[in-house]
Design a protein around this ligand. Structure first.
Ligand code: C5P
Length: 393
C-alpha cells in the first residue's frame, strides 16, 4: 500500500481521473485527490471523494482544511504525487515554479517523486512553449508521460490524449518499485546499427538497419545496472544514459572494437554487419568518364559473432540476432548452431521492422523457441535485458 496524491487538472480528460482513482484503490493504494479550479468544471469533488473514500482538497484558502492538515504536510505525506490530466497550463506553471493555487503550491512544496500524465490539444502539445516546459520538467526530475495519439475531443487528431488509466497505473507502479540492479558488476557488450563498407571515398555499401533496437537494448541493460559497451555503426541516435559508446564505420573496425572491449559477461550482437566489403576500396573517387562500367569485386567480412562465440575469451552468454524475410525460425535455428550463439533473437523484417518502432521476435535457444507478441522496441529491450539478467544470475 502506498499513498498517492492525485492532482486533477482542468481538461476534458479529467473524467478519466475517476477511473484512475478506482484502479489505484483496487491495487490497494490510498489516494488523496486535489482538484484544481479548472478540474472542478469537469468532475465533481463528490465523485472523487466517493471513489477515493477520502476528503477532496480544492483550495489553498480553506481555514478548516489548513488547520486540520497544512498544505505542506499534504504534499509531504504522499509517497508519490501524480498529475492527471496535466494540462498545458499546469505544466507551464510547474515548469516555472509558480505556486498560485493549491495544486501548484503542493507541487512546489513536495519532496516526493512527481509523475505527470499530460493531456491537451495536439497543437498545444506541439507548441514550442510546451516542448520547453516538458524539457525543463524532465530536467527537474519530473517523470512526464508521453500522451497517446488519436482522435481528440476537439475534433483534431494527433498526440495529446491522456494515457489510458491502466498505463498511468503501470507508470505509478514502476516509480514506486525500488530500483533493482540485477546486472550490477556485469559487463555487457552490444553491437548495433549497420556498417558502411567504402567503395571509394564517397560511396559505400550499407543496409537499412536503424540501430534503434540495439540502442534500446544497451539502455535497458544499463538501467539494470550493467556496465555497457555499445559498439555502434554509423547512426545518428543519441547515446542511451549510462552507456559507453564506441563509434565505428566498417565491419573490420567493429570486429576490432569488440575484441578490444573484452572480457564481457554477455554479448548482444544486434548490428546488421555487412557480409561483404569492396575488395579494393579505391583511394580516389571512381570517375564515370571514359572507363566503362566498373566491376565491384567483393571480399567477405569477418563474422564478429561467430569469432566471438568460438574464441577463447567467449562471454558466458552470447546472443545473436537474425533478421530474415522468410523461413524465419528455420534459418534462426541453423544460424544458432553455425555461429555458436546461445540464443538467436529472430525477427521477420519483411514488414516495417527496419527503421520502425515495433518488433515481433522469437528467441531460439537450445531448448526451443519462445514467441513474443509484437511490442515497441523499447519494451522488447526491457524484457530481453531482464532475461539476460536471469541467465547471468
Ligand atoms: O549471418 P547473419 O548476418 O544473418 O547473422 C546475424 C547475426 O550475426 C547478428 O547477431 C549479427 O550482429 C551477427 N554478425 C556479425 N558479424 C557479421 C555478420 C553478422 O557479428 N559479419
Amino acid at each position: 500500500m502506498k499513498r498517492i496524491l492525485l492532482i486533477v487538472g482542468g481538461g476534458i480528460a479529467a473524467y478519466k481521473a475517476c477511473e484512475l482513482v478506482r484502479l489505484l484503490r483496487k491495487a490497494g493504494h490510498e489516494v488523496r485527490c486535489v482538484l484544481t479550479e479548472g478540474g472542478s468544471h469537469f468532475v465533481m469533488p463528490m465523485t472523487l471523494a466517493a471513489l477515493s473514500e477520502d476528503k477532496v482538497y480544492t483550495t489553498l484558502w480553506d481555514l478548516k482544511d489548513e488547520a486540520e492538515m497544512g498544505h505542506i504536510q499534504l504534499s509531504r505525506e504522499a509517497d508519490l504525487v501524480v498529475v492527471a490530466p496535466a494540462t498545458a497550463d499546469l505544466l507551464a506553471r510547474m515548469a516555472g515554479g509558480i505556486a498560485d493555487d493549491l495544486a501548484t503550491t503542493l507541487l512546489l512544496a513536495t519532496d516526493k517523486p512527481v509523475l505527470a500524465a499530460p493531456a491537451m490539444n495536439v497543437r498545444m502539445w506541439r507548441h514550442a512553449a510546451t516542448r520547453r516546459n516538458i524539457d525543463q520538467l524532465r530536467a527537474d526530475g519530473v517523470t512526464v508521460m508521453t500522451p497517446d495519439e488519436g482522435a481528440m475531443a476537439c475534433g483534431e487528431y494527433g498526440p495529446g490524449r491522456l494515457p489510458e488509466p491502466a498505463a498511468i497505473v503501470a507508470a505509478i507502479e514502476a516509480l514506486l518499485t525500488p530500483h533493482v540492479t540485477p546486472l550490477a558488476g556485469r559487463h555487457v557488450l552490444v553491437t548495433a546499427g549497420p556498417t558502411h563498407e567504402p567503395i571509394d571515398p564517397v560511396r559505400y555499401i550499407a543496409n537499412r538497419s536503424s540501430g534503434k533496437q540495439g540502442f534500446a537494448i544497451a539502455g535497458a541493460l544499463a538501467r539494470l545496472g550493467a556496465r555497457v559497451t555499445l559498439v555502434a555503426g554509423p547512426v545518428a541516435l543519441p547515446t542511451p544514459h549510462g552507456v559507453e559508446r564506441i563509434d565505428v564505420e566498417t565491419a573490420r573496425e567493429m570486429a576490432a572494437a569488440v575484441e578490444h572491449s573484452l572480457p564481457a559477461d554477455a554479448a548482444v550482437m544486434v548490428a546488421a554487419v555487412a557480409d561483404w566489403r569492396a575488395e579494393d576500396a579505391a583511394a580516389q573517387k571512381i570517375k564515370k568518364a571514359g572507363g566503362g562500367t566498373p566491376t565491384l569485386r567483393l571480399a567477405e567480412n569477418p563474422d564478429i559473432l561467430a569469432t566471438l562465440a568460438h574464441g577463447t575469451r567467449r562471454p558466458r552468454l552470447v546472443i545473436g540476432f537474425a533478421a530474415e524475410t522468410e523461413k524465419v525460425l528455420d534459418h534462426a535455428a541453423a544460424k544458432r548452431a553455425r555461429k555458436g550463439a546461445d540464443w538467436i533473437v529472430a525477427n521477420d523484417v519483411s514488414g516495417d521492422v527496419m527503421g520502425g518502432d515495433a518488433n515481433t521476435i522469437h528467441i531460439v535457444t537450445v531448448d526451443g523457441v519462445e514467441d513474443w507478441e509484437r511490442l515497441p522496441k523499447e519494451a522488447v529491450a526491457a524484457r530481453l535485458a531482464e532475461r539476460i539478467a536471469e541467465a547471468l544470475a
